[in-house]
Design a protein around this ligand. Structure first.
Ligand code: FVH
Length: 303
């Protein structure tokens, strides 16, 4: 039976641990959390996990450590608490770290764990919310070491109940983290635009008392859903530096549309700062002769 210690029982860590416990072949699961009396911890103990208050003992109990903390400084700080203990504590362990962070942090953490004697270090992210863990919508991205080792250590089978596993084949331990931050940039950019639209709806409808949701459900969500595949077309244009490929929606026309959003924000007293940078880049691209090209042209100012 696989032995796993789940380090970090926040909302996501708890969802991961609970899903593992309910899987067809549950591992022998030890859990550790800085705050041992968190409600999620108690629930997991009821489901069959063993709570170990000592981090060192929790690590010693398992071959695989599944780490899901708030951020990388949290990992560094818990590792510091071990520094006066057994120097061999992490020797031979397989580390699966799904804490959100940057590619550089992932690479540094790989070096750190390797220095401490870890057998293998995989870094990545859970690409759904805790509520969706274990559902068909769930997937996990991971990188580090190599795919053969990832599979031979059983990391793929361990993570399978959590969601579909996408191993990003790259010698770079930060590769999955890069995919994660890129996807999150897309998500938060969409949220910023959506908040601007929601603010316009709220303002026009008389503020907090009037709901934005019917208009969002009726128009914004269907439009965004239809446009999601457009993001892939944009990436293709950026890859090929096809700045003049307008996809039937020339940049000059789109620049006017974004100006109109900002004008509406001014008219309604809504803060449109979130979209102002986009408008500036569009104006710049138009001024530099890309108006008849596509919106992908603005990406060239970002890197
Ligand atoms: N929840 C979500 O929707 C997203 C979905 C995508 C992936 N993220 C990432 O998952 C990581 C964990 O997120 P979480 O949802 O579990 O977050 P919390 O519920 O806030 O739990 C945080 C855990 O981290 C522990 N912790 C925080 N600071 C420290 C520290 N200095 N030392 C030790 N542990 C620390 C915290 O412990 P406690 O506060 O209960 O004692 C929780 O175990 C995260 O990277 C997301 O970006 C989730």
């Amino acid at each position: 039976m696989a032995t796993v210690t789940s380090i970090g029982i926040g909302n996501m860590g708890a969802a991961l641990a609970s899903t593992l416990l309910k899987s067809a072949t549950p591992p022998k699961l030890t859990i550790w959390n800085r705050t041992a009396d968190r409600p999620q911890v108690k629930a997991l103990v009821t489901e069959g996990a063993t709570l170990e208050p000592s981090l060192a003992t929790a690590i010693a109990r398992s071959d695989t450590l599944l780490i899901c903390l708030l951020d990388y400084p949290s990992i560094t700080s818990i590792l510091q608490t071990l520094q006066d203990g057994d120097p061999q504590l992490l020797a031979g362990k397989t580390i699966i770290n799904v804490t959100n962070g940057t590619p550089a942090q992932a690479r540094a953490m790989e070096s750190h764990f390797k220095t401490l004697g870890a057998k293998a270090y995989f870094d990545g992210a859970i690409m759904v919310t805790p509520q969706l863990v274990g559902t068909p919508a769930a997937f996990v991205v991971l990188s580090g070491e190599n795919e053969a080792l990832f599979r031979s250590l059983g990391a793929d089978m361990l993570l399978k109940p959590i969601g579909a596993v996408q191993y990003i084949s790259s010698p770079d331990a930060g590769a999955a983290s890069l995919y994660d931050v890129a996807a999150l940039a897309g998500m938060y950019g969409m949220f910023m635009g959506a908040f601007t639209g929601i603010a316009l709806l709220k303002k026009q409808r008389g503020g907090a008392g009037q709901e934005a949701k019917p208009a969002v459900d009726g128009v914004m969500v269907p439009m965004l859903n239809a446009l999601v595949p457009y993001v892939s077309l944009l990436a293709e244009r950026v890859d090929g530096e096809k700045w003049m490929d307008d996809l039937g929606n020339p940049l000059a026309m789109q620049a006017v549309g974004v100006k109109n959003i900002l004008q509406a924000c001014r008219e309604e007293g809504v803060d449109g700062t979130g979209l102002e940078f986009l408008a500036k880049l569009m104006e710049k691209a138009v001024a530099e002769g890309f108006g008849e090209g596509g919106v992908a042209a603005i990406a060239k100012y970002l890197f």
